[in-house]
Design a protein around this ligand. Structure first.
Ligand code: ADP
Length: 499
């Protein structure tokens, strides 16, 4: 079957949605207003569950609980080893519930069930264990200073953290934020995206079962301009860690500046280039480029959405990329034969289709795809445009859908200049057998992650984050813990020392 919706039989696992309320101070509670919102299945557009809709008052309660847990509770005061042990238990519980969590992320976000089981959910356990192991290795420095003083630094948890996360990787985004903050000894309020709140609420339940004290991890589901904005403008939140669009990142920063000048880190959008040189292995390059944009239906901030191909290999590349895209199976994310599920919701689906129409109107050539597929749900065909110019909207904006823009280049200098011609700087791919070209281009691209002869080279010990308008601060790796720590200098005088 080509890039069609798959119509064959397969089994969709049954699930009862257990957690739909806000999780505040260790309890599942209704919103103060009593309001709920619907979370929908992107395969059909039907309602999966009604979720308690948190707003400012609920955020206040959650921050109060987190403040109390930080100022007077055990979590920041216990040894890193003890925190690590509890985080390890949390990880074990996640592993015991992989199937259920994987179903939730597929239902809520249209993500492939097999990949959730293989990568996203086990990845969350992996992140917890990585940072659990780091929790008792957070050290300051000793400072010799000048002759009158000596000193040392203490690394202390930054306090109450607000994590505002998106819907494209509900579990992975939860783990990117929560795990290092827990290791650092912070307390927190997580606001999952309104499109995909189910797994975060489930994680809250497992955190309690693992022994994370009440008030340390609170989850307030709700909408951005209400619950999200209440976090970023809260006077008692010490830090906001945000992943989402550049537009909202700007609002978060403004709110932080206008309230208590809380520390902010932002992981925003991207328009990442993949540069394919003439000497590349054609099959490998095409496979890499197609996965770079079609993986997770293009709903990934690091997607390789601008593909630059050197002129000698260009025609062969285009032909093969189209053949390859036509073999990419779009369909139900529970079907193990499927490569691409539905876009997360109606709004995103319509937004992507609008960009495709715009690309056609601007004069780019549509080689394949470009249409919705199936008679229900939010499925879009893998789409490839050629004759794309850098000033076209489809080459500038983050589409967040399965839409590739293909462009031809002649020289390495030209490739570098055009790849950097974007307001974003999240990631880049380089495909070549020439080590010197790979190294030279790596240094010249202004982006936080460079993947040579691979794409999406993610791992928990490899920092991830942006240059330019892709944001600042790094998730993953030991760098991520630093976001949740303060450095305190402690100085004593030293009398009569000749040294
Ligand atoms: P996307 O474009 O991927 O949907 P958004 O930036 O809109 O990303 O959303 C990412 C997260 O930011 C979500 O949890 C959303 O609810 C939240 N959000 C949206 N608007 C605001 C806002 N004004 N203040 C704080 N958070 C917001």
């Amino acid at each position: 079957m080509g890039s069609q919706c798959n119509g064959d039989e397969f089994e969709v696992p049954e699930i009862k949605i257990k957690f739909t309320k806000l999780f505040i101070n260790g309890q599942f509670v209704d919103a103060i207003s009593g309001k709920t919102f619907e979370t929908r299945d992107p395969r059909t557009g039907e309602v999966i569950a009604h979720i308690a809709e948190g707003d400012k008052g609920d955020v206040d309660l959650a921050v109060k609980a987190a403040r109390q847990a930080f100022d007077h509770g055990k979590w920041p005061r216990m040894s890193g080893y003890e925190r690590g042990r509890i985080m390890m238990k949390f990880a074990d519980l996640i592993e015991q519930n992989i199937e259920e969590l994987a179903i939730l992320d597929s239902l809520d976000a249209g993500k492939l069930f097999t990949l959730n089981k293989l990568l996203d959910i086990p990845g969350t356990a992996h992140h917890l264990r990585y940072y659990a192991g780091a929790a008792d290795k957070i050290h300051g420095e000793t400072l010799k200073m000048s002759r009158e003083f000596q000193g040392y630094t203490l690394k202390e948890p930054i306090g109450v953290v607000g994590h505002i996360i998106p819907w494209n990787f509900p579990s992975t985004m939860f783990s990117f934020k929560v795990c290092p903050a827990l290791a650092a000894g912070c307390t927190m309020v997580v606001k999952p995206a309104e499109q995909s709140p189910l797994s975060a609420l489930y994680y809250a339940h497992l955190a309690k079962e693992a022994g994370i004290p009440d008030g340390v991890l609170n989850v307030v589901a709700g909408f951005g301009p209400t619950a999200g904005a209440a976090i970023s403008s809260h006077m008692d939140v010490d830090k906001v860690s945000f992943t989402g669009s550049a537009e909202v990142g700007r609002l978060v920063m403004e709110a932080a500046a206008k309230s208590n000048l809380k520390s902010v880190s932002l992981e925003l959008g991207g328009k990442s280039p993949v540069i394919v040189f003439d000497d590349a292995d054609l099959d490998m390059a095409v496979d890499l480029a197609n996965k770079a944009i079609f993986f997770n239906k293009g709903e990934i901030c690091a997607a390789g959405s601008r593909i630059y191909v050197q002129e000698g290999i260009y025609d062969a590349f285009v032909k093969k990329a189209v053949e390859n895209a036509k073999k990419w199976v779009v369909g139900d994310p529970f079907d193990p034969r499927v490569h691409q599920g539905p876009q997360v919701d109606k709004q995103q689906f319509e937004k992507v289709l609008k960009y495709i129409e715009h690309g056609k109107r601007e004069g780019a050539t549509l080689l394949t795809g470009g249409r919705p597929c199936g008679d229900k749900g939010y499925y879009i065909e893998p789409t490839i445009f050629t004759d794309v110019k850098e000033d076209m909207l489809i080459a500038q904006d983050e589409i967040f859908g399965p839409v590739m823009s293909l462009m031809k280049f002649k020289t390495i200098e030209e490739a570098i200049e055009r790849a950097n011609n974007t307001r974003y700087g999240l990631a880049a791919g380089i495909v070549t057998k020439d080590l010197n070209i790979a190294n030279r281009v790596s240094r010249s691209i202004r982006a936080g992650s460079i993947w040579i002869n691979c794409y999406f080279g993610f791992d928990v010990d490899c920092p991830f984050g942006g240059y330019k308008m892709s944001g600042f601060g790094r998730d993953m790796g030991l760098h991520a813990i630093d976001k949740y720590l303060q450095v305190k200098s402690v100085v004593t005088p030293i009398y009569g020392s000749p040294w």
